[in-house]
Design a protein around this ligand. Structure first.
Ligand SMILES: Nc1ncnc2c1ncn2[C@@H]1O[C@H](COP(=O)(O)OP(=O)(O)OP(=O)(O)O)[C@@H](O)[C@H]1O
Ligand SMILES: [Mg+2]
Length: 345
């Protein structure tokens, strides 16, 4: 904007200049007239020209301020772009951390599988070798033509018992492999499908059994067998894993034996309500508002990254389209309530 130019190209200063000229001409013509009148008009003309000077000064100040404003706005836009870029970088870093956490929990899962399958396979193996020994012994007696009725009956009993144990334990191992496979596939693919919630809970808990057994903890599941969810079983599994691992590391750090509960049921409006609770040391009042914050941990320096519950929060509010709250419990322990639509958005 050029100095003193008003809206629509009309120049304020030109008009003022013309008035001042007029005043000077008037004073000229009145030179020989009434001196009092002349003096008064002179005073008026002076006052007007002072006011014009002041006005021009103000216009200059206003122009300067306007320039400064423009600069400030540009600076602000630049800062905003920088902040947005930083936020984007933060988002990417978070994404990477989430992926890392996923891999870490998968690693724990693989360890759990190996440990858990050891037992039935070990039992089946020792039964098979016992059967092998007994068979060799009875064959030796048979070849020496020395098999008594008692020997034969004992052998038959052994064969029947060991065969039953071998079959049962092989079935158990096959079951475990099947459920681990499901959990692993769900975890890595984050695929959507229709699943029975009770199955996913059981499979996940089974994969965590070695960790639970170590501290002598018990876990109880209550979920209607026919409750079907159309969504992401891998997400549910990861959420539960984080809850259980938190109970073990924070709730029972003192070595106490815990009772953990997973309870799920149909809620209102075709929603699912899933409560996870433990009877450990609980979460103190001052931390309650912060547990879902990224990087909030009370175990910094001893392995805690503070991302576990933040990831839970993101999974529940993101893919599941629901909510999660830390409940106020009258008794000891921590209790989390999830609510999400039975059919994921
Ligand atoms: N079941 C629980 N009992 C007691 N405190 C808990 C429980 N679950 C979470 N907390 C508290 O909430 C904090 C945040 O949990 P979060 O899972 O986000 O992080 P973390 O377990 O410390 O670290 P990370 O999970 O990344 O290894 C914990 O440090 C702990 O103080
Ligand atoms: Mg954790």
């Amino acid at each position: 904007m050029s100095e003193g130019t008003g809206k629509g190209g009309f120049s304020l200063f030109d008009a003022e200049e013309r008035i001042l000229d007029g005043a000077r001409r008037l004073l000229d013509r009145m030179k020989d007239g009434d001196p009092d009148l002349l003096a008064e008009v002179g005073v008026l003309a002076d006052a007007y020209s002072r006011s014009v000077r002041e006005q021009r000064r103000l216009v200059k100040v206003s122009d300067r301020l306007q320039n400064q404003m423009t600069q400030l706005n540009q600076e602000l836009a630049r800062r905003r772009a920088e902040a947005e870029e930083a936020l984007e970088q933060l988002r990417q870093a978070q994404e990477t951390l989430v992926q890392t956490e996923k891999l870490a929990s998968l690693g724990a899962l693989v360890g759990g599988v190996a440990h858990e399958i050891n037992t039935p396979v070990g039992i089946a193996l020792s039964c098979a070798s016992h059967l092998d020994d007994s068979t060799k012994a009875i064959r030796a007696l048979f070849e020496a033509d020395d098999v008594g009725v008692d020997d034969f009956e004992r052998y038959m009993d052994t064969a029947a018992d060991t065969a039953k144990l071998i079959v049962a334990n092989c079935e158990r191992a096959a079951d475990l492999i099947r459920s681990f496979k499901q959990v692993a596939v769900d975890r890595t693919s984050s695929e959507r499908r229709v699943f029975r919630l009770a199955d996913t809970i059981t499979e996940t808990v089974t994969s965590l059994r070695p960790n639970l057994r170590q501290g002598g903890h018990e876990i109880e599941i209550a979920c209607p067998a026919d409750l079907e969810v159309d969504g992401y079983p891998g997400v549910i599994s990861q959420i539960l894993t984080n809850f259980v691992m938190n109970s073990l590391t924070h709730g029972y750090a003192d070595g106490r034996r815990g009772r953990l509960h997973v309870e799920a049921d149909r809620g209102e409006n075709d929603h699912v309500r899933l409560r996870y609770r433990d009877d450990g040391q609980g979460i103190s009042e001052e931390y309650r508002n912060r547990v879902f914050d990224p990087f909030f941990t009370t175990r910094r320096g001893s392995g805690g990254s503070g991302l576990g519950l933040h990831i839970v929060f993101n999974l529940v509010t993101g893919p599941l389209g629901g909510s999660v709250v830390l409940e106020n419990t009258p008794s000891a322990g921590a209790s989390f309530l999830l609510e999400f639509p039975r059919v994921a958005p």
